[in-house]
Design a protein around this ligand. Structure first.
Ligand SMILES: Cc1cc2nc3c(=O)[nH]c(=O)nc-3n(C[C@H](O)[C@H](O)[C@H](O)COP(=O)(O)OP(=O)(O)OC[C@H]3O[C@@H](n4cnc5c(N)ncnc54)[C@H](O)[C@@H]3O)c2cc1C
Length: 313
């Protein structure tokens, strides 16, 4: 009984681990060149996994990956799912692998492809033209290269505030600018307000941004303009679910308006035989423990559905 799992983050790795314990044969398909998912580059202390209070996301990921690599799983790195069709006993996956095109017959599919930082098309284009524009958190440049600088942060949630604090502690002057009110956790807001290096400005949006190799110029609504050494865009996240648009209509799982996959309490999507786990689902609190639990639940659901003859689309 072969289970294809898309994504080698905490949800995908946990699902593979659980599949083995339920007697299923997992094949993990990861489009990147590494295991571990989003927390692989998080240098901040882990917040939500009980039992490892001082571990960073990176340390935690190393531990999860070390366990995962000991398992008898098949992992295909740098591999993309480019098509899906219904087959007698489940699905036929069309894969684009470093060795070329390959088809794989599987009995069930788990989508565990996580989320990615979101930015407007204009800011995405700006980041392509300037090394001084960074989209999303958890970036090695933020950790290693930004010292004694002027930093403009766009966004008002936890990531914006968290990074403002991190940068202030490294001698940077930071302006955090959000278009409405700040929505980040109260404790982070209070900590930011205590730092003289941080200026929090609500209801603020630059009229125009121009980025070069060494700085970013901002023009504001009141006609003022200023320049910054770095621009960090912390607008939040978008689920990696575009892949389902390439599935035939009858095999395309339902999505919420924001793009997350709709699942029931068993991690089943609207298509029999296709499950989803982790940040791709509309989970209340995206986190490593949530992803690990959902990966486990998906494996259990597959085992049950398989035994009950419910897997066929
Ligand atoms: C700044 C920040 C701080 C956080 N801090 C914490 C914390 O302290 N504690 C905590 O518990 N959680 C934290 N989280 C949340 C945590 O990172 C996520 O909830 C968790 O990583 C979700 O795991 P996942 O497996 O669902 O997705 P991910 O970790 O995103 O993994 C998804 C994997 O799927 C791959 N992929 C994507 N698309 C495809 C595709 N089409 N085909 C194949 N593979 C694909 C990706 O390359 C990636 O490897 C934080 C998140 C952020 C952004």
């Amino acid at each position: 009984m072969i289970v294809a799992i898309l994504g080698a983050g905490p949800a995908g790795m946990s699902c593979a681990n659980a599949c083995l314990s339920f007697g299923l044969e997992p094949v993990v398909i990861e489009r990147g060149d590494h295991l571990g998912g989003a927390q692989r580059s998080n240098f901040h202390p882990n917040l939500w996994l009980l039992g490892s209070p001082s571990e960073s996301g990176q340390d935690l990921t190393r531990r999860l990956v070390a366990h995962y690599t000991e398992l008898a799983t098949t992992t295909l790195l740098n591999t993309r799912l480019v098509g899906l069709e219904q087959a007698n006993e489940g699905f036929l996956l069309h894969l684009d692998t470093p060795q070329g095109a390959r088809n794989m017959a599987v009995h069930a599919l788990v989508i565990a492809s996580g989320m990615r930082p979101y930015a407007t098309p204009e800011l995405t284009a700006l980041a392509k033209t300037s090394p001084r524009v960074i989209i999303g958190p958890l970036n090695d440049t933020i950790r290693d290269d930004i010292h004694q600088a002027r930093v403009l942060v766009l966004g008002g949630g936890d990531n914006a505030l968290d990074h403002a604090l991190f940068l202030a502690e490294r001698g940077n002057r930071v302006r955090v600018c959000t278009r409405g009110v700040f929505s980040g956790r109260e404790a982070l807001l209070a900590a930011c307000r205590k730092r003289p290096e941080i200026l929090l400005i609500p209801y603020c949006r630059p009229e125009r941004l121009v980025a070069g190799n060494l700085e970013v110029a901002a023009l504001w609504a009141d006609g003022e303009s200023d320049t910054w050494d770095w621009l960090l865009v912390m607008y939040g996240y978008k689920p990696n679910t575009e892949i389902v648009e390439h599935f035939p209509p009858q095999l395309r799982p339902e999505r919420h308006p924001g793009g997350h996959l709709v699942v029931d309490t068993w991690q089943r999507t609207s298509v029999a035989g296709i499950y989803a786990a982790g940040d791709v689902t509309d989970t209340v609190q995206p986190a490593i423990p949530t992803a690990i639990a959902q990966g486990l639940a998906a494996a259990k659901a597959i085992e049950r559905d398989w035994k009950a003859g419910r897997l066929r689309p």
